[in-house]
Design a protein around this ligand. Structure first.
Ligand code: NAD
Length: 494
């Protein structure tokens, strides 16, 4: 990857994008289009089909027909595996194009995007391609005159609703296992970051996925997302996004066909640093990266820094130094460490959180402002706020932006109490050289993922999912497959 190849791709005009239904590019039923803005300069990048409920229902009907006639589910596992590997090959072959396209509408810095987006998506699809013919059913411990078989069947039609922060990575977390198990899928990308995911869906068709098995409909969540949620013909809904939308999806399910709903929601993850951490300089750099990369728009971001009181001031100084060394700016420059905030709305929300933090007694020790306004883009300086009380808004609510709240703690119990004092439980970390303390913290901090002496980077072999209001269900690893299968019992009298 070099800067000139990135610049050549950036210079390309982005064509209008339509839905993908039944293997065809299809306009919205009423011809509607919506502007796609680039967070890099605030300008219109292209236009995209603004879907209607009718479009979503057509996509679901197509996916249902594809599932019922067995054009995918009925193929031998080896054949499905081959198509999925071919899809991963195409994603890899087009990795830079996909990454640049994605950065142009979501704003992630390219260095991170290339790894976290096409790189991770291709790896995820391969993982489930490899898994699909290694999963066995079970034989129950029955009396000898009976055979009890427990079989795994695809659920049918899966609806997948994706957020804007990592569309390819999160998209693949749903599409990989859903398609590997033989389901048909209807995809609903985020209205502010659909481009790369729509392209990735097209590549699946190029790889030989039969038409109708993967349909993708763009448009507003409140229109096409709602139509998906209320459909009587979607069997499972998988979602990553905000808690507010998650609540609506549960309501839609209750009001329609009681479809299974799996939610991956936000977090307010504690990064807990003890004075006996093996390397405080390293811990500070990782803490800064753990909140500021992708402008803090990372579900597992370590947005609460809990520091043992005796090292608080020194450690904060190190984090501030690391934050100030991270270059904010053009996400398509390889020099950039922190790209753009995804939208103006999100930027205003981030700045609002900083104001509230100040009003509640927090001290902004670096950042706090919009920067590079002359570019027209949505950029914010990495922001560190100290003296954040455990019950302050900044300690309780997810910002989903480059804002770190710092709180001092006095003891192990104090750290656990503060760490567990939010409604969330997605991720966290502890930095210590004491093995017993590390294990105690892993055990006692209420969260889905706990890091020790690192932050982030857990690969596809381990599950990602939250507890509490961070959601239910898990992406990644073989555990994700459970969402996309039904168990069927065969009770056979011998
Ligand atoms: P969002 O909830 O606003 O949107 C997510 C998706 O839901 C989008 O595709 C949107 O169009 C759709 N949507 C919106 N309203 C809808 C409705 N009424 N019915 C159906 N669909 C609707 O979230 P966002 O702002 O795009 O994403 C940021 C959030 O996602 C943050 O809270 C973040 O923590 C969370 N997130 C969680 C994880 C995880 O794995 N737990 C990963 C990434 C992001």
């Amino acid at each position: 990857m070099d800067q000139s190849s990135i610049d050549a791709l950036r210079a390309q005009v982005v064509p209008q994008r339509l839905h993908v239904i039944d293997g065809q590019q299809v306009p919205a039923s009423d011809g509607g289009l919506m502007d796609i803005l680039s967070p890099i300069d605030g300008q219109v990048l292209t236009r995209m089909a603004k879907g209607t409920a009718a479009d979503m229902n057509a996509a679901i009907a197509s996916a249902r027909a594809a599932f019922e006639d067995g054009r995918w589910a009925g193929q031998p596992p080896a054949a499905r595996k081959k198509v999925l590997h071919k899809w991963a090959d195409l994603i890899e072959a087009n990795a830079l194009e996909l990454a640049v396209l994605g950065v142009r509408d979501n704003g992630t810095e390219i260095g991170m995007a290339i790894k976290a987006e096409p790189g991770s998506a291709a790896g995820t699809i391969r993982y489930y391609a490899e898994a699909l013919d290694k999963l066995y059913g079970e034989i129950a411990a029955t009396p000898s005159d009976v055979l009890g078989l427990i079989q795994k069947e695809p659920v049918g039609v899966v609806g997948a609703i994706i957020p804007w922060n990592f569309p390819l990575m999160i998209g693949a977390w749903k599409l990989g296992p859903a398609l590997a198990m033989g389901n048909s899928v209807v995809l609903k990308p985020s209205e502010t970051a659909s481009l790369s995911l729509m392209r990735m869906a097209e590549l699946a068709l190029d790889a030989g996925l039969p038409p109708g098995v993967l349909n993708a409909v763009t448009g507003e969540g409140a229109v096409v997302g709602e139509a998906m949620g209320l459909s009587m013909d979607v069997d499972v809904l998988v979602f990553t996004g905000s808690g507010g939308t998650g609540r609506r999806l549960l309501e839609y399910s209750a009001r329609s066909n009681l479809k299974r709903v799996y939610l991956e929601l936000g977090g307010k993850s504690p990064n807990i640093v003890f004075a006996d951490a093996p390397n405080l300089d390293e811990a500070a750099k990782v803490a800064a990266a753990g909140i500021f990369r992708n402008a803090g728009q990372v579900c597992v971001a370590g947005s609460r820094l809990l520091v043992e009181a005796p090292i608080h001031d020194d450690f904060v100084a190190k984090v501030v130094k690391a934050a100030e060394a991270m270059r904010v700016g053009d996400p398509l420059s390889l020099e950039t460490a922190i790209g753009a905030v995804n939208s103006e709305t999100q930027l205003k929300q981030n700045l609002g959180f900083v104001e509230t933090a100040r009003a509640e007694g927090g001290q902004v020790v670096t950042g706090g402002d919009r920067i590079l306004q002359e570019t027209g883009g949505y950029f914010m300086a990495p922001t560190v706020v100290t003296e954040v009380k455990p019950d302050a808004t900044l300690a309780q609510k997810e910002v989903f932006g480059p804002v770190l709240g710092v709180t001092a703690f006095e003891s192990d119990d104090d750290a656990v109490r503060i760490a567990n004092s939010t409604v969330y439980g997605l991720a966290g970390a502890v930095w210590t050289s004491n093995l017993s303390r590390a294990h105690r913290m892993v055990k006692n901090v209420r969260t889905g993922v706990m890091h020790v002496n690192t932050y982030g980077g857990a690969d596809g072999t381990v599950p990602l999912g939250g507890v509490g209001q961070s959601g239910n269900g898990h992406d990644k690893s073989l555990h994700a497959i459970e969402k996309y299968i039904n168990l069927k019992t065969a009770w056979i009298k011998l």
